[in-house]
Structure formats: C-alpha cells, structure tokens
Write a protein that binds this ligand. Structure first.
Ligand SMILES: [Zn+2]
Length: 408
C-alpha cells in the first residue's frame, strides 16, 4: 500500500508529493533531497500494524500540506523495497499515477511466495530478538532453568554443551535468512575444523584452552552478541538489500536502486565493528590452518613462524593479506577491503545527501584522497560483511563448544 502526502520544502517552497510504501514494521524513517534547492527533507512514519493505521511525524526542512496542486513532482519512498533510480534518487517530475516501487520490483523476485514467507520469519525474529539477548545473559550466569525456558530447550537432560549447540544452531540458521549464505560455505569452514581436529586433537584442545585462559573466548562472545544486536536493530536500514538477494541474479544491481532509509552513522559503526570482529575470528582460522599444515600453534609465514600474539599485533592490512591466502580465503576476500575499512573509519567519512553517496577518506602521506560509494552500495557492502562475519563465527562457536561452553 502506498500513501501519498504532499509537502512544501522550507528551503525553496517547492511542493513535492511523497509516495510512501507502508511497510510491515512499527516505524519508518525516510529522507530525500529537494530537487530544486538541495535541502534534505526527512520525516518519520509510525505504523500500528494491529489496527492497520499509521501517522506521520513533522517533517524536517518541510511542512505538510493537503493540496497536491502545483507540485513539481513526486518521490517514491519505501523502507523494505529498493526504489528504482527513476530521474534522480527516485524523484519523478510527474505526480500522475506511476507504478509503485513494489509493483515495479515485484517481478524481479525469483519466488515471491518464498520471499514473503521469509520476510515474515525475519520480522518475527527481529521482534523476539530480545529473547536471544536474555538467553545470552542467562548463559553467562549459568541460569539454566531460565535459559532452557527462553530457548525452549526440550532435550532431556540437556548439558551445557548441547545447550550451546542448540543456541548457536538456532541463531545462525535464523541469521541465514538475512544473509542467504549457502550452507556449503559453512560446511567448508566446518571441514577445516574437523580436519584439524582429526589430525591434532590435543593441539585443538590446547587452542580452545588458550582462548579461554587469555580472555579471547569471552571477548569474542561479547563482540559477536553486540554485533548481532546492532544488526537486528539496523535491519530497517538494510531491508532493501536483503530483498535484493531474493531477486533474479542478473537484476541485482545496487547502482540502479535507492535505499530510502538513511542511517549512515549507525551503519558506519556496525561496519567498523564487524570488520574488527571478522579479523579476530579469522585469527582462529589462521591457527586452524597452522594446525593442519604445520601441526603447530605457531603460525608459519614465508620466512618464520609467529605466535598468536605476534600475529595479532600485525596491522589489519597485513593480516588481511594472510587471511585471503588461506584455503578458505576466497570466502572472505571481497569483504576484507582494508581501504574501504580505513576510509570509512576516517573521522571525515560522511554521507552526502545531495549525491546520495558515502564519502570516505584515506591518508596518503600528508594528502587525503577521497573515495565515493553510492549509499545503496555501502549498505550492500555492509550486508556482505555481516554475512562473512557470520561465517567466521563458526570458528568461535566450534572452539567454544569444544571447551564445553566455558568463558573463563
Ligand atoms: Zn527546496
């Protein structure tokens, strides 16, 4: 369902019709640039799904009006659906009836029934995510009756190990609904772990103990939980890219579509945190490869072997080169973009509404070189990164299960 509502830009008095797709969540934020004066106009819409009603908040840099006469055009806005770049950023100069983004992209879906069903599951998971967050607390405190009730554990009698296997299994399969990562990719990581463990079970046990004793296990446990929570609360801003993963492959082109919910500041933080976590997870991957290839917990490099601590102290760019050369490095290669990571992490990185681009910076000597990425592409890269962090989590989860769920 599309709701039309005209507004008048406070910058230049242009009248613009907003055509907002009513989504399935409880609120949506939209912003767009006034095509006449370049001012960014934004507004929030609160939705009441139970009573199928909605209400608009006061717009920023514009005022609502009731009369569409004299409008210079219309802008299509949707939280869930990528809006085709018709004209500039989804702005069309006609206010007459046009195809909604929903109808325009409906035929792009490989299987709309599957998409609809999976979207319901995703939203249900987002709504009950606080159950998982509580389970994490219960697990840390070893409050088993509470944990078992929250996780609906029925197996009798459960052990810490079976509880953890159920917990990680449940959360990873739910998150697969967002990333659409094929099972075969997870299996490739598991195969490395199984191979290392069958070759050197004692070393793998030692590795687990090392992670517990050094505090790495609980640090990763916390980081993974924080990233997942942040991802779930940012889902609203990433929904169109998730939908795009259900489109026919040849149509998945982030440059032709606009994400009309802009949340750069929080997505930027999620991107940076996810990147750091991925690097930490892949250090385990590197250790697993050392066990397989050198039967050692020291990491063999070209000229010498280094300890875990020495390897961790390398700059990210160096570590990423080593990660990419691992047997499973191809799974992570695209996400390990340290130029983008550093550029986004630069204090000057920001979202530029006028061009709908993310500007990122890298220091080159004393000069600062600027890179640009469309906002939609940035969201796409973030979703890709989150997907491979989930893959990397297999290392942590396996190791954590191997020490019977101990965190300290
Ligand atoms: Zn204006």
């Amino acid at each position: 369902m599309i709701n039309r509502r005209p507004l008048i830009c406070r910058g230049c008095q242009s009248k613009i019709v907003t055509r907002t797709q009513i989504g399935l969540g409880d609120s949506q934020n939209h912003s767009f640039v006034c095509p006449t004066c370049g001012v960014t106009i934004s507004f929030t819409m609160d939705l009441d799904q139970e009573h199928t009603s909605f209400s608009y908040g006061e717009p920023k840099n514009a005022d609502w009006t009731d009369d569409e006469r004299g409008a210079i055009g219309a802008v299509a806005l949707s939280q869930e659906i990528p809006v085709p770049v018709a004209g500039k950023h989804g702005f069309v100069t006609s206010t007459g009836p046009t195809t909604s983004p929903y109808l325009e992209t409906f035929s792009y879906l490989e299987d709309w029934k599957e998409y609809r069903h999976s979207e319901e599951l995703r939203l249900a998971f987002v709504r009950r995510y606080d159950e998982f967050e509580r389970s994490i607390k219960h697990f840390e405190r070893r409050a088993w009756p509470l944990f078992d009730a929250a996780m609906r554990i029925e197996e009798q009698p459960p052990t810490v190990r079976t509880r953890l296997i159920d917990f990680y299994g449940a959360i990873q399969s739910e998150l697969c609904l967002f990333t659409r990562t094929p099972r075969s990719m997870y299996d490739r990581i598991r195969q490395r772990l199984v191979l290392a463990n069958s070759k050197e079970p004692t070393l793998m046990q030692e590795l687990g103990e090392m992670y517990v004793a050094s505090g790495r296990m609980s640090k990763l446990w916390k980081e993974i939980a924080e990233n997942r929570s942040a991802f779930i609360s940012e889902y609203k801003g990433l929904q169109p890219l998730v939908q795009m993963r259900y489109w026919r492959e040849e149509l998945r082109d982030p440059t032709s579509f606009v994400v009309s919910t802009k949340r750069f500041d929080s997505l930027r933080q999620l991107y940076l945190n996810s990147f750091e976590t991925l690097c930490r997870l892949l250090v385990i991957g590197k250790m697993v490869e050392a066990v397989i290839h050198a039967s050692s917990l020291d990491i063999p490099l070209a000229k010498r072997s280094v300890t875990l601590e020495e390897f961790e102290a390398f700059p990210n760019a160096v570590k990423c080169t080593h990660f990419a050369s691992m047997a499973i490095g191809d799974l992570f290669q695209d996400a390990l973009d340290t130029d983008l990571r550093n550029g986004i992490g630069h204090h000057a990185a920001h979202y530029e509404a006028d061009s709908d681009e993310v500007l990122y910076f890298r220091s080159k000597g004393s000069a600062v070189v600027e890179g640009r990425l469309s906002y939609t592409e940035f969201c796409n890269r973030l979703l890709q990164l989150f997907a491979v962090v989930e893959l990397g989590c297999v290392y942590h989860h396996w190791l954590h299960i191997s020490v019977d769920g101990r965190l300290a």
